[in-house]
Design a protein around this ligand. Structure first.
Ligand SMILES: Cc1cc2nc3c(=O)[nH]c(=O)nc-3n(C[C@H](O)[C@H](O)[C@H](O)COP(=O)(O)OP(=O)(O)OC[C@H]3O[C@@H](n4cnc5c(N)ncnc54)[C@H](O)[C@@H]3O)c2cc1C
Length: 261
């Protein structure tokens, strides 16, 4: 992991709530796993003081760039939108444990809600590069928020979309959709991010079907280096429950072990 100042190539608003940033990654550490994240200083002055964590959305080894897709939520992400092309951003990473993708998993299922797709897009990119079929369910408030669907399709993923706007995003509908996908495809592993309700569904269904699944958790973080313990979550370990740090032991965990309260 490194602290780097990287040149911003573009930082553009892609719909009313989401922004897409491309940064020059030439000269930085190239071993970035899907699911790992960078802790980014969102403004050049000292406020907001804490960095904010963002997953790798896409890695482009041809152009030597990395990309972030972010939802504007509060002060930090608002300030991030002020950064222009040719300015630099201060990033710390890559941090945390990424997803494990096994070559013997010939078909995988991704289930993402909202900006959780920013985290799972890198899984689709890596899977497709390894000739692993990728089926993805993307859930969002509106069709407008499903912009990453095009990115996943460009990687070769088979994408299903559900939204509040269309009245299709209820957990019962998603469960039926997953049953259909499990019937049509020999899914070998599941990946999820972005919604506790959908993660619980993935946890239950993958347990029933006895296939492995992983989750990327998005807890509030302080230091993101394992020192402050602001981001702990509970996992089951050998008959008891243990508190672990999302920034250090995660953000990716074996879904079967995560306590989803
Ligand atoms: C490992 C990891 C990877 C992430 N990857 C991405 C990504 O790729 N794209 C992206 O848009 N976001 C991502 N997030 C979430 C992102 O870090 C937060 O949205 C961001 O820190 C909010 O900062 P802010 O200053 O804009 O909002 P704040 O002013 O800090 O908060 C605004 C509101 O958002 C809530 N909030 C803030 N952080 C979180 C959080 N982590 N989980 C749930 N609610 C939160 C606050 O409670 C508050 O209500 C990730 C989070 C983690 C932990």
């Amino acid at each position: 992991m490194n602290m780097e100042k990287l040149k911003v190539i573009s930082n553009l608003q892609v719909n009313d709530r989401y922004w897409h940033m491309i940064v020059d990654a030439s000269g930085m550490e190239k071993e970035i796993k899907p699911g790992q994240f960078f802790n980014i200083k969102c403004a050049n002055e000292s406020f907001p003081f804490l960095r904010r964590p963002f997953s790798i959305y896409r890695i482009n080894n041809v152009n030597d760039t990395i990309e972030f897709l972010y939802l504007v939520k509060g002060l930090g992400t608002e300030r991030l939108t002020d950064i222009n092309a040719d300015e630099t951003i201060d990033v710390f990473g890559p941090l945390g444990q990424g997803f494990t993708i096994k070559n013997e998993w010939d078909t995988i299922l991704l289930l993402a809600r909202g900006v959780g797709v920013a985290t799972l897009a890198a899984v689709a990119q890596e899977a497709v590069a390894r000739n692993i079929n990728c089926v993805a369910i993307l859930s969002a408030r509106s069709n407008n928020d499903l912009l990453a669907a095009v990115t996943l399709q460009s990687f070769g993923a088979d994408v299903y979309k559900v939204t509040e706007e269309d009245g299709t995003s209820h957990v019962r509908n998603v469960e039926q959709l997953m049953e259909n996908i499990f019937a049509d495809h020999d899914i070998k592993a599941g990946f999820t991010c972005g919604s506790k309700r959908l993660s619980k569904l993935m946890q239950r269904m993958t347990r029933e079907k006895q296939i492995p699944a992983q989750i990327a958790l998005e807890e509030h973080m302080g230091c993101a280096m394992g020192v402050c313990y602001a981001c702990v979550c509970d996992i089951y370990t050998e008959g008891s429950i243990e508190s672990v740090r999302v920034c250090k032991e995660g953000p990716v965990f074996d879904l079967a072990k995560v306590v989803l309260a």
